[in-house]
Design a protein around this ligand. Structure first.
Ligand SMILES: [Cu+2]
Length: 215
């Protein structure tokens, strides 16, 4: 076989292998800012249309370590509980003023904080009364089909056949916008892809002004 013919045949095969590698399946979602820069820590979720909603809540955990919440962003299905283990030697007093889940967990150490039930869809912003810079976000969604983007702005959602509204959210978008796309998944379809571009707020000048917290 002439080399040129081999190259024409081999290159598409390699691309296919790369796309199908690492057991990839499901919908691949890419989230970027308006300039095309990848956005980590974005939440993507698909709300089913006209299908019964599976209730497969997985309990979440937001730990405190080094005077930080870990992870910064969590996503759970409505009705899930989240626990707040404190791995620091100091006590924390965590709270939320967000309408989707207001609570106040006064000073505690270790595992002493009761898990919180998140039973309303929305965005919950967590803070600590003692340490102003501590900040975390919980996105509560009415679907079990969700994922969070990695450092490359990429996420993958496994979806059964059906119609969905696919949404993307990031805590730092202009006006809290959550753009959406209609999506149809047919049985036997090859895994699809979706791209979201989100308009982000400019970063705060000093980066840690507590009054910037989006309550
Ligand atoms: Cu604290």
């Amino acid at each position: 076989m002439p080399l040129s013919a081999f190259a024409r045949r081999a290159v598409p095969a390699w691309l296919f292998f790369a796309a199908a590698g690492a057991g990839a399946s499901g919908l691949a979602v890419l989230v970027q800012d308006a300039n095309g820069k990848p956005l980590p820590d974005a939440v993507v979720y698909a709300e089913p249309e006209g299908q019964p909603l599976p209730k497969v809540q997985h309990p979440g955990e937001i730990a405190q370590k080094g005077l930080k919440f870990t992870p910064l962003v969590s996503v759970v299905q409505t009705g899930s509980k989240i626990s707040f283990p404190n791995n620091d030697r100091v006590r924390h007093h965590i709270y939320s003023f967000s309408p989707a889940h207001k609570f106040d967990q006064k000073l505690y150490s270790g595992e002493a904080a009761a898990p919180q039930l998140f039973d309303k869809a929305g965005t919950v912003v967590l803070g600590c009364n003692i340490h102003d810079k501590m900040l975390a976000y919980v996105k509560v969604v009415d679907t079990p089909y969700f994922a969070k983007t990695d450092g490359a702005g990429a996420a993958r959602i496994e979806l059964p056949a059906g119609k969905y509204v696919l949404k993307a959210w990031h805590f730092n978008t202009v006006g809290g916008q959550t753009p959406e796309q209609a999506l149809q998944v047919k049985a036997g379809d090859a895994p699809g892809t979706a791209l979201f571009k989100l308009a982000m707020k400019p970063p705060a000048v000093d980066g840690d002004n507590p009054t910037d917290k989006p309550y």
